[in-house]
Ligand binder design. Structure first.
Ligand SMILES: NC(=O)c1ccc[n+]([C@@H]2O[C@H](COP(=O)([O-])OP(=O)(O)OC[C@H]3O[C@@H](n4cnc5c(N)ncnc54)[C@H](O)[C@@H]3O)[C@@H](O)[C@H]2O)c1
Ligand SMILES: O=c1ccn([C@@H]2O[C@H](COP(=O)(O)OP(=O)(O)O[C@H]3O[C@H](CO)[C@@H](O)[C@H](O)[C@H]3O)[C@@H](O)[C@H]2O)c(=O)[nH]1
Length: 429
């Protein structure tokens, strides 16, 4: 089987690597020539532990190659994975322009039967539209199938997730297309659910929205915990021990970010409105997430008076550890707010860099010590491992005031308080 992966972003690159590891011949195609050039040299364009060695291994195996030549790549493939972006439009709906472009590229270059697999996260009904776009662009009629096969990997753990999925969801409207997909994934040791394309599309949004709901639930509860003097981490542990609830995704903090939850929840809400349906619970999930980080800022304001002229060390810019992705990162929102309130912000991240619009107003420090020097407060925004082993006794002397605001509840509150720090977490002190 010759597999083509169109779009070599996070999902496309990971998908190509995993399919090559499974033994298939894989070509990655992207319109971004710079990205393709780097990938050819074994250099991933994003940071994630383990990706670079895997890329080099698959390039050396001869099973993986990269190209920017659309026509040749489509003609040579029998199975095509669509992995291009579906960014949000201002009204919350998913922008399908890249999906449409790719569908038309496939239609124009359809020289024989092809199985088209949509891995991008797309609204309910998109599989049908892709089939129409491919069909309309054809110059001579050839058979093809379009199936939905949503991706559930997490950034920072993308390779592991894609190699060890919890489940594979296939939305196919013919038995033969569903069977082809099952055959492709035969070596994967997990349940495979074959359903209709619309159901598969909704499963992806429903999964992300449910996880976002868990986070907003514990975050809202953390506000009550603050008032009652109760440790939200113990509450999460206590409820999570019930297997019907589970402990995962109950880590209270400054809110969820990233390229998926905010956009996918907005897109599902848009779909609901379009169909005259309401998802009020999900609207509240968004509202809680929008205001969650402000509670930590409020605690800092109460301690410092105001931020004007104060130095704040911001630890972590990425929306989560083990990635350099800052899309929708709450850390960036906090940095913007602190700058607006005239704080001097010194940021550190082991992998991520400041967005261009903050480069003039925020300092990016190369070490944690440099960021904390003379600081009035530390804000921990991303729970990188590196921050768990900070020598707090050493940095305390270099700080102007020993205040710590832990936006991810990962530091040892008791130990830091004993050392003389003023410590506040989220529903935890
Ligand atoms: N990032 C994640 O963790 C994740 C996880 C699961 C699902 N998803 C979904 O997967 C999709 C892709 O996400 P991503 O984060 O990999 O996106 P991305 O923005 O990192 O990558 C998309 C790539 O597609 C390329 N592209 C755009 N138009 C093209 C065209 N016509 N031909 C060839 N290449 C083209 C772009 O140049 C880019 O490299 C989205 O729908 C996203 O919601 C993402
Ligand atoms: O208990 C928790 C868990 C996560 N987060 C935050 O939630 C966001 C998202 O985290 P995570 O889900 O680990 O990362 P993503 O890479 O965005 O992965 C999500 O989005 C992907 C894209 O759709 C899906 O494929 C994954 O299954 C889904 O977990 C981050 O800001 C985290 O800090 C919390 O605040 N508390």
């Amino acid at each position: 089987m010759n597999i083509l992966v169109i779009g070599t972003g996070y999902v496309g690159t990971t998908t190509a690597l995993v399919l090559a590891e499974m033994g298939w011949n894989v070509t990655g195609l992207d319109t971004d020539v710079g990205k393709i050039e780097r990938l050819r040299q074994g250099l991933p364009h994003f940071y994630e532990p383990g990706v670079e060695p895997m890329l080099r291994k698959q390039l050396d195996s001869g099973r993986l190659r990269f190209t920017a030549h659309t026509r040749e790549a489509i003609e040579a493939a029998d199975t095509i994975f669509i992995c291009v972006g579906t960014p949000p439009l201002p009204d919350g709906s998913a922008d399908l322009r890249y999906i449409k472009q790719v569908a038309e590229d496939i239609g124009r270059n359809l020289n024989a039967y092809k199985l088209v697999v949509i891995k991008s996260t797309v609204p309910v009904g998109t599989q049908r539209r892709v089939a129409e776009w491919v069909g309309a662009a054809q110059t001579e009629p050839k058979q093809f199938d379009v199936v939905s096969n949503p991706e559930f990997l997490r950034e920072g753990k993308a390779l592991y997730d894609a190699l060890h999925p919890d489940r594979i969801i296939i939305g196919a409207d013919t038995v033969s297309a569903g069977q082809r997909m099952k055959n492709m994934y035969h070596s994967m040791d997990c349940p495979i659910l074959v359903t209709t394309p619309k159901t598969a599309e909704l499963i992806k949004y429903a999964a992300n929205s449910f996880l976002a709901t868990k986070i907003s639930y514990i975050n809202e509860l953390s506000r009550l915990c603050d008032k009652l003097g109760i440790n939200v981490k113990e509450v999460a542990q206590g409820i999570g021990l019930d297997p019907r609830i589970g402990t995962s995704f109950l880590q209270a903090g400054i809110g969820y970010g990233g390229s998926c939850f905010p956009k996918d929840v907005a897109s599902l809400l848009h779909t609901a409105h379009e169909h005259g349906s309401e998802l009020k619970l999900l609207e509240e999930v968004v509202a809680v997430n929008r205001t969650q980080y402000m509670h930590l800022l409020e605690k800092a304001r109460a301690r410092l008076g105001d931020f004007s002229g104060k130095k704040v060390a911001l630890l972590g810019l990425a929306f989560k550890p083990d990635t350099d992705d800052i899309r929708e990162s709450i850390a960036i929102r906090i940095a913007e707010r602190l700058v607006d309130e005239r704080a001097y912000v010194a940021a550190h991240d082991p992998a991520a860099v400041l967005p261009a619009e903050l480069c003039a107003s925020v300092a990016q420090c190369s070490s944690v010590e440099q960021a904390m020097q003379d600081a009035h407060a530390v804000f921990l925004c991303t729970e990188w491992d590196e921050y768990l082993s900070i020598d707090w006794a050493a940095v305390k002397h270099s700080m102007h005031q020993p205040n710590i605001f832990d936006g991810r509840n990962v530091l040892d509150a008791g130990k830091l308080t004993t050392m003389g720090f003023f410590y506040q977490g989220v529903g935890y002190r």
